[in-house]
Design a protein around this ligand. Structure first.
Ligand code: SF4
Length: 164
């Protein structure tokens, strides 16, 4: 079965495998999912200025600042930074596969007035390909991954499913 791995799935893979499973089994309680209309990269006219919102194949959904060739992902906090970093690396990977290279990734934390740069190395490409395989295996399983309580559980949309 061909599974289309999205940026959010990469993020959830790092946050919680159970959350990933629930999300992929259409138990979708998150309000901001990536199922927005198919857009075309750098769609002229969608933004008045240089900033573009990009949606490609409903797989990646990002902001792109043309002048600096920078792709931006906005996050509220640095609580799960590793997940955010890999989400952005995945975007860079996905774009590279489609012939769009030499783009810088940046995570913006407007509430903290901070940003960090994200790059994609050859090792990252290998790791991402391994992660895609693992995600495919996790979500093809009939059973939800085993529960283990995390710090983020209290703020998770699936809290009630895990704590019944
Ligand atoms: S409540 Fe906790 S264990 Fe359950 S899906 Fe959310 S983060 Fe994962």
């Amino acid at each position: 079965m061909g599974i289309r791995v999205t940026g959010v799935m990469i993020y959830y893979y790092f946050v919680c495998k159970r959350k990933l499973w629930y999300f992929c089994h259409d138990i979708n309680m998150e309000s901001d999912n990536e199922n927005v209309l198919l857009g075309k990269i750098l769609d002229e006219g969608s933004y008045a200025r240089e900033d573009k919102h990009i949606n490609i194949d409903n797989v990646i959904n990002i902001d792109f600042i043309k002048e600096q060739r920078e792709l931006h992902e906005v996050k509220k906090s640095r609580a799960i930074e590793e997940a955010s970093v890999w989400q952005v690396k995945y975007y860079l990977y996905y774009l590279k596969q489609r012939g769009v290279g030499e783009i810088k990734g940046k995570i913006d934390y407007p509430l903290l007035k901070k940003s960090i740069f994200v790059e994609l190395s050859d090792e990252d490409v290998e790791k991402i390909e391994g992660i895609i395989d693992e995600i495919t295996q996790i979500i093809q399983k009939e059973e939800v991954p085993v529960f283990s309580e995390l710090k983020i559980c209290n703020n998770c949309a699936y809290h009630d499913l895990c704590f019944i």
